[in-house]
Design a protein around this ligand. Structure first.
Ligand code: UD1
Ligand code: MG
Length: 472
């Protein structure tokens, strides 16, 4: 028996009533990845014949999440389909619907719940460690087993049946070995056993767990593999449980970066999503939030108190305290911040410098460009070596449409200028401080767009009298 001869069924139709949330449970996230994506990512390396996901509550939302997941390279070689379970009549009913949708001619069926966020490929591989049996499942010991199905073993220590909390006797409730809901089953046995399920239990549902007692009644072999790291099998039924699992996963993520040469000022306060990549010798300050598909090069310094989403920070860059970045690129050896905002579509070349209170949106800045203080650069391209003076604003919006401006290389824009887009400022041009630029400025030219200063002699004396001027 091997995984290529197995169809996987993922049970993901439940609402997750105990989450007290409108969002289907499997769309809740742990470290930036939905529970359903985590489950599929754990299965993917086993390269099964197919994966059938049983959806129900919020089916449309779950189906579209799965459609998106399927477009990712890690999942491209897998066959993933979904099938709807219209009413949630229990895990046994869900398994039956899933099995009917299995198209591959696999001899084995694996069943995995969609709400076990820390389940990994290592645990799933345990299903294949030994020779084939009718049912093999993963169990673990929990000091606090409340809410889970208990594994009931006979005098010879063989698994006899699984009893749900609601149906368990007082002594059965004391059993601390619990069912993880991760199974590998012989297909022909499963098909027959699912057909024989009845809802004669406390919840009036079809329990998938009842296939175990059917197997033992027919003297078939049932095997439970005890997983030592119980957290790997922990289901998330409430937001409290979900957040506890997220904390564990967060620590694991940070540790894996530490083991590949990344330093964290205070690992407890750093939030790093699963997909984030960080190069060696980078240093990540306290309260950094690194989310989504963010990539950080080597020897980058992130001072902390920042939020970086789906961005690329190239090697040697420094992101100073309090910066807020989304869908942006920061070139190698650039220094930005403190308190910079980079909005989607920002691409900074190498060695760019942005100082405090600079906002950039949908703009390109060339190598070595600078905006050291208080500026807004929106919908513009700025050539290498250009300097944007303090307080400069690109007026990219006329109340109806957005416009783009082009600034050449080595341009000097004096402080407090307003660039009313669309304009083009040629290479090496100068803009006088305080200008409002509404027309193109050719290369090598000084553009001045402001009222000329006049000094009126004696004006104050005439206004307020001689005495008053002397006092000052
Ligand atoms: C189930 C097991 C229990 C085990 C526990 C481990 C049963 C009867 N009980 O209980 O032995 O200890 O998991 O976490 O199997 N689902 C459907 N359709 C349904 C019902 C559920 O798709 O009609 C899906 C849910 O979305 C979920 C999974 O099956 O992903 C498990 O369902 P859940 O209600 O969480 O079962 P538990 O009560 O946790
Ligand atoms: Mg559950």
């Amino acid at each position: 028996v091997n995984s290529s001869n197995t169809s996987f069924i993922v049970l993901a139709a439940g609402k997750g009533t105990r989450m007290k949330s409108e969002l289907p449970k499997v769309l809740h996230k742990v470290c930036g990845k939905s529970l359903i994506e985590r489950t599929l990512a754990a299965i993917a390396p086993l390269a099964p014949a197919e994966i059938v996901v049983v959806v129900g509550y919020g089916a449309k939302l779950v189906e579209s999440e799965i459609a998106e997941i399927k477009t990712r390279p890690e999942f491209s070689s897998l066959t993933i389909t979904t099938i709807r379970q219209e009413t949630q009549n229990g895990t046994g009913d869900a398994a039956r619907i899933g099995l009917a949708a299995c198209a591959a001619a696999s001899e084995y069926i694996a069943i995995v719940p969609g709400d076990v966020p820390l389940l990994g490929q290592a645990e799933l591989r345990l299903l294949y460690n030994e020779s084939a049996v009718a049912v093999r499942l993963l169990s673990c010991y929990l000091a606090e087993p409340r809410g889970f199905g208990r594994i009931i073993r006979n005098a010879a220590n063989h698994v006899e049946r699984i009893v749900e909390e609601a149906d368990a006797s007082e002594s059965e409730r004391k059993v601390t070995e619990i069912n993880s809901s991760v199974y590998l089953l012989e297909r022909t046995f499963l098909a027959q056993a699912l057909g024989a399920l009845t809802p004669a239990n406390a919840q009036g549902e079809l329990y998938l767990t009842d296939v175990v007692s059917q197997a033992t009644a027919e003297a078939r072999v049932v095997d439970a593999v005890v997983v030592k790291d119980a957290q790997r099998l922990a289901g998330a039924n409430t937001i409290v449980e979900l957040s506890a699992l997220e904390q564990l996963q967060r620590r694991r993520i940070v540790e894996s970066h530490q083991l590949s040469g990344v330093s964290f000022e205070d690992p407890q306060t750093v939030y790093v999503d699963e997909q984030v990549q960080i190069g060696a010798d980078s240093w990540i300050g306290a309260n950094s939030r690194l989310y989504g598909r963010t990539t950080i090069g080597s020897s980058v310094v992130i001072e902390g108190d920042c939020r970086i989403v789906d961005s690329e920070i190239q090697s040697g860059a420094v992101i100073k305290l309090g910066s807020y970045l989304a869908e942006s690129v920061v070139g190698a050896n650039s220094a930005i911040g403190p308190f910079v905002q980079l909005r989607p579509g920002t691409v900074l070349g190498a060695e760019v410098k942005l100082g405090n209170f600079v906002e950039v949106k949908n703009s390109k800045l060339g190598v070595g460009a600078k905006a050291n203080h208080l500026a807004y650069i929106g919908d513009a391209s700025v050539g290498g070596g250009s300097n944007i003076g303090a307080g400069t604003i690109f007026c990219n919006y006329d109340g109806v449409k957005k416009h783009h401006s082009q600034v050449g290389e080595n341009v000097f824009i004096g402080s407090n200028s307003v660039v009313v887009s669309p304009v083009e400022i040629g290479d090496s041009a100068y803009i006088a401080a305080g200008s409002t630029i509404t027309k193109d400025v050719p290369s090598g030219t000084l553009g001045i767009g402001r009222a000329r200063q006049t000094n009126i002699e004696g004006w104050v004396e005439r206004k307020r009298g001689k005495q008053d001027v002397k006092k000052k």
